[in-house]
Design a binder for this molecule. Structure first.
Ligand code: GDP
Ligand code: MG
Length: 370
């Protein structure tokens, strides 16, 4: 059931909380300012105090925020979004760094990449691949817990000298729950004690049958340290991506998800977002989680200022009023007023969630009074 605190109800009516409490008392309810009442009671009180009540649901406020499904004719191919997962110390960070470095060398001369939580690399055939570069598990699980689908593919890193470990299994389960295909990177093959066939057998026990054992899970033996077979891995990703036929409509207001966000001393709130459909432009008005804003600048994974970012592009967004949270969705809207309306609603909901938690109440608000 929907609830509201007496304070919040009073605020929204611009009445004194004490008057609300008095009215409730007349009805035989002895309540304090931070107590919650249900929406029906709130409606009775509000009406009695001479207010017109309009119940607004999240669906009402956010109506049309995330655009309707695209016409298939407008869909264009887009890069795959890849997350690297695996047991601690099996080489996730090393592999992400190795791919990035290898790409910088073959890409722009002497280019210095900037860590923004995601980056793009090129497969040997020139196709772009987007890597999410935030600490794998946390990002993936927190975003998934919030119902966001971020990644198209999981690269499962398994160290050849260690085999399948508990977090490897966890990663497999996450990928399965999200129905995201897995590519196995058997890492550390430069080590004398490396035993790739043990990894394959371990995986078999998890019902993952790799290609070389007659299955359909692509596997690549790599060394992040020695930069061995990185191109082969990129090729495998590209191959798997082609099967998925990933598309998005670039010609619409942008929507996507926050990968990382921070408050930067000089630049203010900075969010790294992944554009999931549409194209995000400098000057666009958007709402990002509970924060409204107007895109002042877009910065790519090389630290370059860009004018626009299309589907599957990670980009830093400057110009938000506040700092959103990883996993928040963003969407471009057509006016400041609309951005404010949505962010006010979300801020209110956020406050209520916190209050409800603090006050020990059990439910969060789905509908509310305005
Ligand atoms: P993460 O916890 O999965 O991110 O693992 P890291 O990338 O931090 O790597 C853990 C350790 O393994 C580090 O000491 C790395 O230098 C080492 N390492 C990573 N990849 C390789 C590799 O291909 N070969 C060897 N010999 N060591 C590696
Ligand atoms: Mg790491």
């Amino acid at each position: 059931p929907e609830t509201i605190t007496i304070q919040e109800l009073a605020n929204r009516m611009a009445e004194r909380a004490v008057d609300v409490i008095k009215l409730l008392m007349q009805q035989g309810q002895m309540l304090k300012i931070n107590d919650v009442i249900d929406a029906d009671t709130a409606e009775i009180i509000a009406t009695e105090m001479g207010h017109t009540v309009k119940r607004v649901s999240e669906a009402d406020v956010e109506e049309g925020l995330y655009g309707a499904d695209d016409d298939p004719a407008d869909l264009k191919p887009r890069p795959p979004v890849v997350t690297i997962m695996g047991h601690v110390d099996h080489g996730k960070t090393s592999l992400l760094d190795a791919i990035r470095e290898a790409n910088v060398v073959s890409g722009e001369a002497g280019g210095i990449t900037q860590h923004i939580g995601a980056y793009q690399a090129k497969a040997p055939d020139g196709q772009v691949i987007t890597f999410i570069d935030t600490p794998g598990h946390e990002a993936f699980t927190s975003m998934r817990a919030r119902g966001a689908k971020v990644t198209d593919l999981v690269v499962l890193v398994v160290a050849a000298d260690d085999g399948v470990m508990p977090q490897t299994v966890e990663a497999i389960n996450h990928a399965r729950a999200a129905e995201v295909p897995i590519i196995v990177a058997i890492n550390k093959i430069d080590k004398p004690e490396a035993d790739p066939s043990r990894v394959r057998n371990d995986l078999l026990r998890q019902d993952i049958v790799v290609e070389s054992m007659g299955g359909d899970t692509l596997e690549v033996e790599v060394s992040a340290l020695k930069h061995l077979n990185l191109e082969k891995l990129l090729e495998a990703i590209q191959l798997q991506a082609e099967v998925l036929e990933l598309t998005a409509n670039p010609d619409r207001p942008a929507e996507g998800i926050v990968i990382e966000a921070k408050l930067d001393k000089g630049r203010g709130p900075v969010a790294t977002v992944l554009v999931q459909r549409g194209t995000l432009n400098v000057g666009d008005i958007l709402v990002c989680g509970a924060e409204p804003g107007k895109v002042r600048a877009l910065v790519d994974d090389h630290g370059r200022s860009i004018q626009s970012a299309g589907p599957a592009t990670p980009v830093e967004v400057l110009g938000l009023d506040g700092t959103p949270e990883a996993g928040d969705r963003f969407a471009v809207v057509d006016s400041d007023a609309r951005a404010r309306e949505i962010s006010d609603y979300r801020q209110r909901k956020k406050r209520e969630r916190l209050q409800a938690r603090g006050g020990g109440a059990k439910t969060s608000l789905e509908q509310m009074m305005s």
